[in-house]
Ligand binder design. Structure first.
Ligand code: NAD
Length: 340
């Protein structure tokens, strides 16, 4: 099969492309090599194991120039939760209109689509119940809102072609952007560990997340391409490990992957708009549909990420302090902001 991967030059896209080519498929990327994601756009392009069409997913003309594709995976998105709260037009355009165009392309060509939504559509979870695919949408960030609207924008196309919509929890692993302070607590922990700084945890650290290794997500997406959904309702699938990791456990796993031990933890009394307290996926539906189950535990995934990234270039930890300051200046944080 020839598979078009929008956002293919990014973190998940590069892993997916290698998984697909490893199974004998051909890949082509549609990616604008976004400067917030790619410090080295030519390097990202060279690493992708197929052609890269440099274009914007929210530009209809970019899609109409593409021919000869057997399946589409739509990954391209604006992904910063905090940033989405003040860059709404940009997030809406890429995440909603871009997704609608991906669906329209698949429908026009009569081919299957696998689209990446996010667990952010569920909003805040509880500490004792995972999120199920049929749960209502209650996004608390604009990013989550655009992912929910993006799913709705695929409904027409889903009547004509099979669409699988995957809602990943936190995805981690080698190749994740280390310089983009608008995403991911783990890249922040890496930067702090490398600088010998204490690890700063926002709040008391009892918040929970579900960290899935990027290779497990890539395997799930590849399975969905090879086992297309039927036309009708979208086939919605969670992606995660189904187990919770507290932020304090995350910090401990990150320290375990680093050459240090005994790194102090500093708590900062702050809450960012759009942040949630709890998240974890139910994997019941993955079992029901016979999809591949994750092979990495969250702990193994965190250790792998830290070890792999240790000597790779990335932003100084101050970049995350500045991103937090930017949110505070826009009135998008609460708490005292003091260390405790
Ligand atoms: N990484 C996670 O933890 C996570 C969790 C849930 C959902 N997701 C979803 O998975 C998908 C991929 O995420 P990722 O982690 O690989 O992100 P990423 O930022 O590494 O990759 C996104 C890619 O899309 C490209 N892109 C951005 N805007 C574009 C546009 N307008 N036109 C064309 N290309 C554009 C970027 O250049 C980049 O190569 C996204 O839809 C994201 O919302 C990711």
């Amino acid at each position: 099969m020839k598979v078009l991967i929008s956002g293919g030059a990014g973190f998940i896209g590069q892993h997916l492309a290698r998984a697909l080519t490893g199974s004998g498929h051909e890949v082509v990327a549609l990616d604008n090599l976004h400067p917030q994601v790619h410090l080295d756009p030519e390097g990202a392009r060279a690493a992708f194991p197929g052609g890269v069409l440099v274009a914007d997913v929210a530009d209809e003309a970019a899609w109409s120039a593409i021919e000869g594709i057997d399946a589409v995976v739509h990954l391209a998105a604006e992904t910063g939760t905090g940033q989405s709260m003040y860059e709404q037009d940009r997030y809406r355009r890429v995440n909603v209109e871009g997704t609608r165009l991906a669906g329209a392309f698949a429908a026009e060509h009569g081919i299957t689509l696998v689209a990446l939504s996010s667990r952010a559509v569920y909003g805040d979870g509880t500490p004792d119940r995972p999120s199920f695919e049929d749960d209502p949408h209650h996004p608390v960030s604009f990013y989550g809102e655009t992912k929910s609207l993006g799913e709705a924008a695929l409904e027409d196309a889903a009547q004509r072609v099979g669409i699988t919509t995957i809602r990943p929890q936190n995805v981690i692993g080698p190749g994740q952007a280390l310089h983009n302070p608008y995403t991911g607590v783990l890249a922040a922990f890496l930067a702090m560990l490398r600088e010998g700084r204490p690890l700063t945890v926002y709040g008391d650290g009892t918040q929970t997340r579900d960290f899935i290794h990027v290779q497990d997500l890539a395997a799930l997406i590849a399975w969905a391409v090879e086992h297309p959904a039927e036309p009708g309702a979208q086939r919605i699938l969670n992606a995660g490990t189904g187990t919770r990791t507290t932020l304090l456990e995350l910090a401990a796993y990150a320290i375990e992957g680093s050459p240090h031990d005994d790194v102090p933890i500093e708590h900062l009394d702050v809450h960012r708009a759009g942040d949630i307290d709890h998240a974890c996926a139910s994997l019941d539906r993955l079992t029901e549909v016979g999809a591949p189950m994750p092979e990495w535990t969250s702990r193994e995934a965190v250790v792998d990420f830290i070890r792999w990234s240790w000597d790779k270039p990335g932003a100084a930890s101050q970049a995350w302090d500045l991103a937090l300051e930017e949110l505070a200046q826009r009135g998008l944080t609460d708490g005292t902001g003091s260390a405790g």
